[in-house]
Design a protein around this ligand. Sequence first.
Ligand code: ADP
Ligand code: MG
Length: 247
Amino acid sequence: MSAKGLESQKGSEAVRVVVRCRPLNAKEKNDGRKRIVDMDVDAGQVKVSNPKGDDHEPPKTFTFDQVYDWNCSQTEIFDVTARPIVDSCMEGYNGTIFAYGQTGTGKSHTMEGKEEPPELRGIIPNTFDYIFSRIGRESSKEYLVRASYLEIYNEDIRDLLSKNPNTKLEMKENADKGVYIKDLMQFVVKSREEITSVLEVGRKNRSVGATQMNQDSSRSHSIFTITIEVTEKLDAAAAAQAASSGT
Ligand code: ADP
Ligand code: MG
C-alpha cells in the first residue's frame, strides 16, 4: 500500500493481524475437551495454557492488532475489522482481507457465514450490502463494480466463474498491472443480488464442498476480487459550462 494508503487508514498499520477464536463445537464438547485458550479482547492478547503443565506454569501470551472471542458477532467483525478496508477501497486504494487457519477453525464462517438468518452473514455478504448501499447513497458519482472468483487447488489456478472451470490459468506479472491471472473472467454486477449470484456460481465450482472437511479442503484456497471504478458525475449546469468553455 502506498504512503497515501497508509494515511487513509487513519494512522493504523497497513497490515493488521486479527485473531478470532470460535466456540468449542458439539463434538469437541461431547469428547470432553477443555478450552485452553483465553482471549483478552481489551489487550488484544491470546493466552494459551498447557493443559498438562503444573499449576504454576504461566500461559503463553501472544499479542495481535485485535482479537475476538467466541462471543463476537459477525456484525462486530464486519464493522470493526472489515468495513474500514472496504471504505478505503471505495476511495481508490487496494485492500485485502485474508483468512488463514487450519481446517475447521472458522474461515468460511467468518468470510461467508450463512445467508439466513442475516446475523450469520459473514464478511463477504456484508461487504456486498455495504458497497451497494454506499453506491445507492452517492448521487454525484458513477460506479462500475466487477467481480472475479478463482481457486488455487494443489498449486493450480482455476477460474470458478468460467464455463470450463477445470482449465488451468497462468499467473503473470507486468509493470502496469502487477501480478495478475491471465484470462480470468470478470463480471459486471449492478446489485447485491447480482454479486451474490456470482459468489454462488463460483462456490458450486469449488473442488471441495464446505461440508467435506478433510485433508483435501486444506489444499483449496480461493480469492474473490471486487473491482470498483468510480467517476464523478457532472451535474447538468456544470456539464453545460464545461461544453461552452470548450473543455
Ligand atoms: P474453515 O472454513 O476454517 O475450515 P468453518 O468456517 O467451516 O472452518 O468452521 C467449521 C465449523 O465451525 C462450521 O460448522 C462453522 O459453522 C463452525 N463455526 C466456525 N466459527 C464459528 C463461530 N464463531 N461461531 C459458531 N460456529 C462457528
Ligand atoms: Mg472453509
